[in-house]
Structures are given as structure tokens and as C-alpha cells.
Design a protein around this ligand. Structure first.
Ligand SMILES: Cc1ncc(COP(=O)(O)O)c(C=O)c1O
Length: 444
């Protein structure tokens, strides 16, 4: 293995670039290939990669008054507008949906406990009985956030879904009612706009109304699915989004930014300031002058994003989102999203029509879950797990797997702007061929 070895005593200088080119890069992942549809990840395109590199060199931190600090704010406003959020919604970037959810739920915790005269940021939760509500299809980072925020994973009420994988709102209401009777403080209702498994969109209006009725913060996790609102065929599914107190979206998912960019939006960033403010540090605030006397970039910190989340040092991510939106425009994004939703619908049609394929969930957005089936096979979950392993080892088609209503299946998530209809057809052919081979082998 050419990458093994002891800590070098002496450096090799620029020759390391050759090692990068010859050894490291060729052994990277296959996420930039046209058949990659695993999880919700994609290899980025040229423009945002160039913007990311530019930020690393020209503005290695997002603070101080620079073009980069300015684009941080401008791009957040553009992103909010693209995703149908009201102009009052102001954001902060972080490294991904996990942190974006943590920041949003940190705001929820702060707000909800302030109603009970508890300053959670300063004093902790003081043992207050509290609960967060989300569906069983919500991303598991909601539970982790509850743990990190001192509420505890067990404070999350995991609500069952209906047949379409959407949070069952009657069960949600029953849980809120029960907790209300027991004196439990409702911290937040978390709805998902585009679940990770199937792309389902919860009943955003009903969830929001219930949150309001029971005095809970309303958070919408749109890490993956929020940009789907630009496709007019599904935009009505986002009805009620305007009720949200916080919303997240990950440009590094459907918008194809390099990994490491998510945004949390709230109505009023002062709640983020109360939840996450750093105590002042002489070396930091003391380094800047009076903000009225701006002459050079180092005269001011610029927008104090470090007080709105959990990161101090952080790259300038806004320039990346700005570059993408400048490159594509709203129309270009819309075209990509519609194309991806078309690919999922085409896969679903082919799965529906084939005798050896079973569609596990109708696509809402750009995810299509299906499986190989054959009457002679007892354990279809095991068979499909083998189909998936052979697909990724032998073909150019790289979906992930998931379980829908107890059935293991293949889960291509089409957010890869390099994919076309022939790749979808290639996937379907490969699944049928491998499934047939496995069944024939087992029958021998
Ligand atoms: C709905 C949803 N929320 C949150 C996350 C976590 O995002 P990240 O992997 O960027 O931390 C994901 C990841 O797929 C997701 O699908």
C-alpha cells in the first residue's frame, strides 16, 4: 500500500502534488460518476469547486468585512427566496444538515424554555420535562441534537407515519395532547420536507398548526427536499412552510455544492444569538475597531455568524452558493430539479411495468425505492441486499439501499446532474439481470 509509512522526518516539498495526482485522487470515491445515486450526496461541478478554492485562499475565514462576508448574507437571502421562504427568514451556514438541525433545535430549546423563565443557554435545561416531536422517517440527527442539547434522545417522541411515509398527524396531536396533560414542555415539532428514505413531505400546514396550538416551535427539515419547491408539479406539497419558525436546507445536497454547506433559517436571528452567543474574547472582538470607521476589511468582524451557531472558525461558504446561483439562475436550478424528479418517475414507471420489480414507494421528489421480486424466493430482503452488493461491485450504477414498510429495497436518489434517462434504464436492466442470475443460481 503506497500510502503506508512512518511519519516523514524530512518533507518532499511540492513532490507531494505528484503523489496526490498519482495515488490519492485515483483512489477517491465514485461519487462524481453519472451512475452514483447513493444517500444524498453528489460530486460537485466546476464552478462551486472553484469558488470554494477561491474562498480558501482569498478569505480563509468568513468573518471580517470582505466580498466573501457580503456574499455570505446575499447568498443566504437568495437561497431563502429560491426555496420559497419569506424575506424575514435570515440564515447562518454550517457544515451540514446535522449541525443545521442542531442550530435550529438549539433556537427552539432557547425559545421554548424562555417561555418558562429558563435561559437554557446560560443555565441549562434545569431538569425541565420537555419533548421534541418528529416522525419515524425524520433524520436521526434530530435525536442526536436532542442529546447534545441536554434534552435527551428519549425526549423525542417518534411518531408513526401513514402509508405514504408522512408523519401521522393524528398521532402527533395525540402525543402533544398527552404531554400537555402531563405538564411536559413541547420544545419543537419537526416536520420533514423530503425524507431521507423516500423523499416524502410531511403535512407541513397541519404540523405547523399543531405546533402553534400547543405552543411549540415549528421546525422544517428541508435538508434534502426544500429546493423541490421550484417544481410546480409538487410545489403545493410545501403549503404551510410559511408557518415554520426555523427551516434548514443543504446546498451540498440537491444544489450540488461541495460537501460542507448547510443553512439554518429563522425569523429573528436574535434567538440564535441568545442560544449560541460566545462570551466576548479580547483577542477577537478587541482586534476590531469602531464599526463606524470602516476603512479596511480588518476594521470589523462583519456579520457575526460565529454568534449564531456552534462554529467560530468556518470557511466562507456563501461564495459557493452564490457561484452556483449565479451560474444556473433560478431557471437553471428548476431545470435540474425537474429533470431529477423526472428520472425518479421514469424509474418508478419501469419498476411498475416489470414483472420482477416492485415499487416500494411512489416518488414524491427524486428518490425511487423499488426491489427485485420473484415468487420462488423466500427472503426477498436478503436477495435485494445481494443485488445491491453486486450492483456496486460490478456496475456503474450505485444506488443505496433502504427499508420501506419492512421491505429492503434499492434507493436511487437522483440529485446527480450528470445522470440521464439512459443511466436510469441501465440501472433497471442491471437489477433485473443480477436478480435473475441470483435466483437461477439459488435454484441449482
Ligand atoms: C432530511 C435530512 N436531514 C438531515 C440530514 C443530515 O445532513 P448532513 O449529512 O449534511 O449532516 C440528512 C442527510 O441526508 C437528511 O436527509
Amino acid at each position: 500500500m503506497r500510502l503506508e509509512g512512518p511519519l516523514p522526518e524530512f518533507g518532499i516539498g511540492d513532490a507531494v502534488l505528484t503523489e496526490l495526482e498519482d495515488v490519492v485522487i485515483p483512489n477517491g470515491t465514485r461519487m462524481s460518476e453519472s451512475g452514483f445515486w447513493g444517500w444524498i450526496t453528489v460530486g460537485p461541478s466546476t464552478v462551486p469547486v472553484a469558488a470554494s478554492l477561491a474562498a480558501m485562499v482569498a478569505s480563509p475565514q468568513r468573518y471580517t468585512v470582505t466580498a466573501f462576508n457580503h456574499l455570505e448574507e446575499l447568498s443566504l437571502d437568495w437561497l431563502a427566496e429560491l426555496c420559497g421562504l419569506a424575506s424575514v427568514m435570515k440564515g447562518v451556514y454550517s457544515s451540514g444538515g446535522s449541525v443545521a438541525n442542531l442550530v435550529a433545535l438549539g433556537a427552539a430549546r432557547q425559545w421554548a424554555l424562555e417561555q418558562h423563565d429558563i435561559d437554557a443557554s446560560a443555565d441549562g435545561v434545569r431538569g425541565a420535562p420537555a419533548a421534541i416531536y418528529c416522525s419515524r422517517e425524520a433524520h436521526h440527527t434530530v435525536l442526536r441534537a436532542a442529546g447534545v442539547l441536554g434534552l435527551g434522545r428519549r425526549s423525542v417522541r417518534v411518531i408513526d407515519t401513514d402509508d405514504d411515509q408522512r408523519m401521522d398527524v393524528e398521532r402527533l396531536e395525540a402525543a402533544l395532547r398527552r404531554d400537555h396533560a402531563d405538564g411536559v414542555i413541547p420544545i419543537a415539532v419537526v416536520a420533514t420536507a423530503g425524507t431521507t428514505n423516500t423523499g416524502a413531505i410531511d403535512h407541513l400546514r397541519r404540523c405547523g398548526e399543531l405546533a402553534q396550538h400547543y405552543g411549540a416551535w415549528y421546525h422544517v427539515d428541508g435538508a434534502y427536499g426544500l429546493p423541490g419547491i421550484v417544481d410546480s408539479r409538487v410545489s403545493s406539497l410545501y403549503d404551510g412552510l410559511e408557518l415554520a419558525d426555523s427551516v434548514i436546507v443543504d446546498p451540498h445536497k440537491w444544489l450540488g455544492a461541495p460537501v460542507g454547506i448547510a443553512a439554518t433559517f429563522v425569523r429573528d436571528r436574535s434567538i440564535l444569538h441568545r442560544a449560541f452567543t460566545q462570551e466576548p474574547a479580547d483577542y477577537l472582538e478587541g482586534s476590531f475597531g469602531d464599526s463606524d470607521d470602516l476603512r479596511v476589511s480588518l476594521d470589523s468582524m462583519g456579520v457575526p455568524y460565529a454568534d449564531f451557531g456552534v462554529e467560530l472558525s468556518a470557511p466562507a461558504r456563501g461564495v459557493v452558493v452564490w457561484s452556483l446561483l449565479r451560474e444556473l439562475g433560478r431557471e437553471g436550478v428548476k431545470k435540474r430539479i425537474e429533470h431529477d424528479n423526472d428520472l425518479a418517475r421514469h424509474a418508478a414507471k419501469l419498476a411498475r411495468e416489470h414483472e420482477h420489480l416492485d415499487l416500494l414507494a411512489e416518488p414524491t421528489l427524486s428518490i425511487c425505492c423499488f426491489r427485485y421480486v420473484d415468487d420462488r424466493v423466500g427472503d426477498l430482503n436478503d436477495l435485494n441486499a445481494h443485488v445491491l452488493r453486486r450492483l456496486v461491485q460490478e456496475t456503474q450504477f450505485l444506488p443505496s439501499g433502504t427499508v420501506v414498510n419492512g421491505h429492503f429495497g434499492l434507493r436511487p436518489c437522483f440529485i446527480n446532474f450528470r445522470s440521464e434517462i439512459e443511466h436510469v434504464e441501465g440501472l433497471i436492466e442491471a437489477v433485473v439481470r443480477i436478480g435473475n442470475e441470483l435466483v437461477a443460481q439459488a435454484a441449482k
